[in-house]
Design a protein around this ligand. Structure first.
Ligand SMILES: NC(=O)c1ccc[n+]([C@@H]2O[C@H](COP(=O)([O-])OP(=O)(O)OC[C@H]3O[C@@H](n4cnc5c(N)ncnc54)[C@H](O)[C@@H]3O)[C@@H](O)[C@H]2O)c1
Length: 260
């Protein structure tokens, strides 16, 4: 087992990529804190992990609130002794142009997608340092590399998390804390449906995007979770400060005049 005896916190683990990652980490022996503001979804993730005989605990947190994150960290250390892995994965998308967007909406996207990683790292890094090291993984996106139509706040947040990752890798490397960023492409989660729309119109948009993906298929959250497992396990010892793309090849192309 790749994570035997490890303690992991996964934010946004009530759904999608976070849920699949929490399950993947638990299968490899980690005790997992399923952290999310969605109680029902978080408890479902925990139930699935427990029913497979692994260990998990639900922590109801809004990742933008420092006091809730601090409490989660303290409770985790009290319950399981340490924290080895932090996956800052909670995120939201907002499909609005800057002219349609309220200031509070911009702030909310930046708070959940960027500030939360700063706050969680602030409270987890001292625990990891005392423990002799750890692995922090942030969730970026293909929008960490390129602009994306209609989601300026989201794209700005995903660009920011990429360079927060590299900067933290420099600051925490001597403490043997690795910091990396996983950058998913088109992945089948509730967020994707919210981004591209529901029903026939949404399906048509997904098909149109997939026509530019070399592997030609929508990614499953489990595909991203497998790469996340690699980045938080000893399999990636020696790797820090990278942006690890899991996109079916989408970013490989520089011209899109014809479907692949
Ligand atoms: N699905 C994709 O195609 C795709 C592509 C690139 C990047 N991503 C990124 O992957 C990550 C996970 O997204 P997903 O697709 O699994 O979406 P999702 O909507 O299925 O999951 C996001 C989770 O984050 C939680 N969350 C949101 N705000 C929160 C808050 N304030 N406090 C605590 N939890 C909060 C939600 O409750 C939800 O459980 C996000 O960072 C997203 O930007 C997704």
């Amino acid at each position: 087992m790749k994570l035997a005896g490890k303690v992991a916190i996964v934010t946004g683990a009530a759904s999608g990529i976070g849920r699949a990652s929490a399950i993947a980490f638990s299968r490899e022996g980690a005790k997992v804190v399923v952290a999310d503001c969605n109680q029902a979804g978080g408890k479902e993730t925990v139930a699935e992990i427990l029913s497979a005989g692994a260990t998990a605990h639900f922590s109801c947190v809004d990742v933008t609130r420092e006091n809730e994150l601090r409490e989660m960290v303290d409770e985790t250390v009290a319950r399981w002794g340490t924290i080895d892995i932090l996956f800052n994965n909670a995120g939201i998308v907002l499909v609005k142009s800057v002219e349609q967007m309220e200031e509070a909406e911009w702030d909310r996207v930046m708070s959940i997608n960027v500030k939360a990683a700063f706050l969680a790292t602030k409270h987890v890094a001292p625990v990891m340092r005392r423990n002799g090291g750890g692995a922090i993984l942030n969730t970026g996106s293909i929008a960490s590399f390129t602009g994306q139509v209609g989601t300026p706040a989201y794209s700005a947040s995903k660009g920011a998390i990429a360079l927060l990752t590299k900067s933290l890798a420099l600051d925490l490397g001597r403490d043997r804390i690795r910091v990396n960023c996983i950058c998913p492409g088109i992945t089948d989660t509730p967020m994707l449906r919210e981004h591209l729309g529901h029903g026939a119109e949404g399906e048509a948009r997904i098909r149109s995007r997939l026509s530019r993906v070399p592997l030609g298929e929508i990614l499953r959250p489990e595909d991203v979770a497998r790469a996340a497992l690699y980045l938080v396990s000893e399999d990636s010892a020696g790797i820090t400060g990278i942006l690890h793309v899991v996109d079916g090849g989408l970013l490989a192309a520089s011209e899109f005049d014809k479907p692949i």
